[in-house]
Every structure is written in structure tokens, then in C-alpha cells.
Design a protein around this ligand. Sequence first.
Ligand SMILES: C[S@@+](CC[C@H](N)C(=O)[O-])C[C@H]1O[C@@H](n2cnc3c(N)ncnc32)[C@H](O)[C@@H]1O
Length: 158
Amino acid sequence: MNDFKSIGVVHSPFKVSVGMPIQPVFAEGAEGTVEVLPQYADGLRDLEGFERIWLIYWLHKAPPGPLRVIPFRDTTERGVFATRAPCRPNAIGLSCVCLLAIAGNVLTIGGMDILDGTPLLDIKPYVPKFDAFTNSRAGWCDRSPVTSRTHADDRFAQ
Ligand SMILES: C[S@@+](CC[C@H](N)C(=O)[O-])C[C@H]1O[C@@H](n2cnc3c(N)ncnc32)[C@H](O)[C@@H]1O
């Protein structure tokens, strides 16, 4: 398998995982920046015009965890691959954030659920025609009794 390398770093108002939003949809007003390493900056060409982008990153502060977890928005143990829990065999995070501005190699983003200093692995445009399946079933999430939690507690903290 090819090695992954960091293409940049996420600068975020969130310095600790406890108390921060658990998904971009709960992170209205949370603004930060993505600093892309200069050698990758040419790859940002034509990104302006996309309202949202996918950020793919290493959840670098996530400790190793079990294959079953109780997700933030549930009270029942679930297989980790049926959740968005940060502790997973490959600690890859995926966030669809608002792209607010581009200045050289720095993107200003909004609606972020990412810790400060997080290593960035990739950026992709969010394309509604490809990415939005609005009426899809969502397994246990559709039945979960925990619908009010929007911010992290310490269950997955280091
Ligand atoms: C539930 S995960 C979801 C992340 C992403 N939206 C996803 O679905 O893959 C978000 C939580 O992970 C934690 N987190 C964020 N950045 C992290 C990092 N770099 N290392 C470890 N934990 C992180 C915070 O507690 C945050 O609330």
C-alpha cells in the first residue's frame, strides 16, 4: 500500500476534543483555516466556486479503541464501522465544511469539527449531484434515542 503524507494542517478554534462539535452540521460559526503546504498549492486551482469541500484528515489525537463503541449520539454499543467515532483502526476523519475564502495556499473554512493542528490528507470538492442522497436510510441513527447531543464528551478523548 502507498504511504500517505500530510498535505497541510488544519488551524481550528478547538484546542481540546471535549466540548467541541461532533459534526460540521453542529458547528455553525466555527471558523478556521486550512494551510496547504506550498508544494501542493497549485492543486488548489479551480477550487473557488465550490461552496463546500470535503476534508480528509488524520484524527491524530484519537487513542486506539475497541471495535465496538457507544457513539456520541447513542446509548447502545455499535460496531465502529457503523459509526463516525474518532477512535478506529485507521483514524481517518471526513468533514464536509464550508469554503469561505482562498488566499494563496490558505483556505478559510466554516462549520468545522476538527481539532487544531490536525494533519490534512486530502481535499475534494463537495458536489451535490455526487454526494447528496438525501432520503437514504441511516441505520441505528434513525432510531437513536440521543438526538440532542451536538458536542463531544470525553468518551473518545486521549
Ligand atoms: C465524531 S468525530 C467526526 C469527525 C468527522 N466529521 C467524521 O465523521 O469522520 C468528531 C470528533 O472527533 C474529535 N476530534 C476532532 N479532531 C480530532 C483529532 N485530530 N484527533 C482526535 N480527535 C479529534 C472531537 O471530539 C470531535 O468532536
